[in-house]
Design a protein around this ligand. Structure first.
Ligand code: HEC
Length: 126
């Protein structure tokens, strides 16, 4: 196989050429790629801002309770519910996939960011 220094050098060179995905990419681009990869790995898909969500959830409290626990039997609790599930349901109400006269109207007024923030807020309540 590898008998001398020159062969080792050639092997390393070829190995680099074949297996280094960053070959030919500038250092700046490598740094950018590394940062982008880190952000993608650390942030969850539903990265809502719970503090912003709390401020936006004021109108929801009338039915779902001040702390996400409803006082009305037919109105669901939202506190501690899974964030992705809440976001999905709100999107379904908004699109009409899930039909409810009350929630359809409520969700219509929410943007994608509102939905992410409010979902993060309720998911964080115990
Ligand atoms: C006027 C009362 C009312 C208000 C205000 C209201 N909701 Fe609702 N919400 C309901 C009712 C009733 C349901 C049950 C709907 C159904 O049966 O499909 C519901 C269902 C939901 C669900 C689905 C829960 C689940 O377990 O599937 C979510 C999420 C939700 N509401 C979020 C919100 C948010 C966020 C707001 C404020 C922007 C809000 N609601 C405002 C009455 C209300």
């Amino acid at each position: 196989m590898i008998k001398n220094q020159q062969q080792l050098k050639n092997f390393r060179y070829n190995h680099e050429r074949i297996f280094n995905p960053y070959r030919g990419i500038s250092t700046m681009k490598k740094i950018t790629l590394a940062i982008a990869a880190t952000i993608m790995m650390t942030s969850p898909v539903f990265a809502g801002d719970a503090a912003a969500g709390k401020a936006k959830a004021g109108m929801c409290a009338a039915c779902h309770g001040a702390a996400g626990i409803s006082a009305i039997p037919t109105y669901p609790n939202l506190a501690g519910q899974k964030e992705a599930y809440l976001a999905q349901q709100l999107k379904h109400f908004k699109s009409g996939t899930r039909k409810n006269a009350i929630m359809g109207g409520m969700a219509m007024a929410l943007s994608e960011t509102d939905i992410a923030d409010i979902s993060a807020y309720y998911a964080g309540l115990k």
